[in-house]
Design a protein around this ligand. Structure first.
Ligand code: TPP
Length: 379
């Protein structure tokens, strides 16, 4: 296996000097090393296509950029790759992790895993499949191809080729001073001591039988462990889509309550949903964001939410109310206030990055769909 440190130093040795992307747990050690880099810092992108754009700019600026992404993000960045990188000829090394490799993975990765090499072929992006003993030759090949073709090239990273779990995540230690938004006199939010599990228990109690759309990742699993209910729709893929589904449901049933349990990384991937909700103003929508300031599900890489007031963005986007809370009493109060007045309401719930030991969601996607739809129809 290749260690995260060896991978990072190999990239630097081969001249790569700019790193951006969206995290995947298969390369959490590599990301932890890159996050600490001082010469070539890692730029946390909110979406993979944004990372492709950032890499294009870095190349114009004289850098040799690397975009790190899960193969799900290849889907997110198809258009940026086709009509930016490939059309103009803007070199970048795409390090693409191969979830769903050989059909063995969680359901959301199976189809994408099966078609990943074909997606790269269709895009005409040359690629190699990284093996434990091929790092040096693959990186040399990637550097040569990028320069010769003036095009992006890719390294596909199957599971168990790069080590994980050996490098401490660099993320946001609570002791670090929190950045203040430039030009803002506002004090940054206090560091929260409330775990997401505690916050989820309070929220699930307050909302009663209302349907909940959960963002993907650990948030589903923790909510499932607190209280599994047919009105809970667990997103086991489609990062960023929970509030979009929530908006559709809330508009379809305007007199009813619809709740979204979102994550900071999830919301940032689909930030444009805030003005969509603000414009449509569905009165029954309650959008909660459990903000641990990291991509917890993929190894605690810092998310940009640390330096932005997401509640202020929601207020500016036209929500009827938008508040930030960081302790159980304030959360309970905010939920009851929101449930008593017409929305849409936004509650930013600051939580710790602690993750509870919780099982995976045991249901198939079709079972989740059917029980959720039946619960909605019966309500
Ligand atoms: C398009 C896409 N890129 C990357 C991923 C990998 N991924 C799964 S969950 C997750 C992090 C979600 O972050 P957040 O919403 O903050 O929740 P947390 O993991 O902290 O609970 C990521 C990056 C993905 N599922 N889809």
């Amino acid at each position: 296996m290749i260690s995260g440190r060896d991978f990072a130093s190999g990239l630097e040795r081969h001249g790569f000097d700019f790193f951006t992307g969206v995290p995947c747990s298969l390369i959490e050690d590599l990301l932890a090393v890159l996050e600490r880099g001082s010469r070539a810092p890692y730029v946390a992108a909110v979406r993979e296509d944004a990372a492709v754009g950032v890499a294009a700019g870095a190349w114009f600026g004289g850098r040799a950029p690397v975009v790190l992404m899960q193969n799900s993000g290849l889907g997110t960045s198809l258009n940026a790759l086709a009509s930016l990188s490939l059309m103009y000829g803007l070199p970048a090394l795409l390090v693409v992790t191969w979830r769903g490799f050989e059909g063995k993975d969680a359901p959301e990765h199976i189809l994408t895993g099966e078609i990943t090499p074909r997606l790269l072929e269709l895009l005409r992006i040359p690629f190699r499949i990284l093996a434990a003993d091929s790092l040096e030759s693959d990186l040399a090949w990637a550097g040569r191809e990028m320069r010769a073709r003036r095009q992006p090239v890719a390294l596909l990273v199957p599971p168990k080729v790069v080590e994980t779990g050996r490098v401490e995540p660099a993320a946001a230690s609570a002791a670090e001073p929190r950045p203040r938004a430039p030009g803002s006199a506002e004090a940054p939010l206090a560091v929260s001591a409330m775990s997401r599990l505690t916050a989820l228990s309070i929220a699930l109690k307050a909302i009663g039988g209302a349907p909940v759309l959960h963002a993907n990742g650990y948030i589903c699993r923790e909510s499932f462990s607190v209280a599994d209910r047919p009105q809970s729709f667990y997103m086991i893929g489609s990062m960023g889509m929970a509030p979009a589904i929530g908006l559709g449901l809330a508009l379809a049933r305007p007199a009813r309550r619809t709740v979204v349990f979102d994550g900071d990384g999830n919301l940032l991937m689909n930030l444009g949903i805030l003005p969509m909700i603000g414009a449509a103003r569905p009165p029954g929508l309650l959008h909660l964001v459990f903000d641990n300031e990291v991509y917890g599900s993929t190894g605690n890489q810092a998310s940009p939410s640390r330096s932005v007031r997401l509640d202020r963005l929601a207020a500016a986007a036209g929500f009827a109310s938008a508040v930030a809370v960081s302790d159980p009493q304030a959360l309970d109060g905010a939920l009851h206030a929101a449930l008593d007045a017409p929305g849409p309401h936004f509650v930013l719930v600051k939580v710790t990055a602690d993750e509870a030991e919780v099982p995976r969601i045991p249901y198939t996607p079709a079972a989740l769909r059917d029980r959720f739809r039946a619960a909605i129809q019966e309500a």
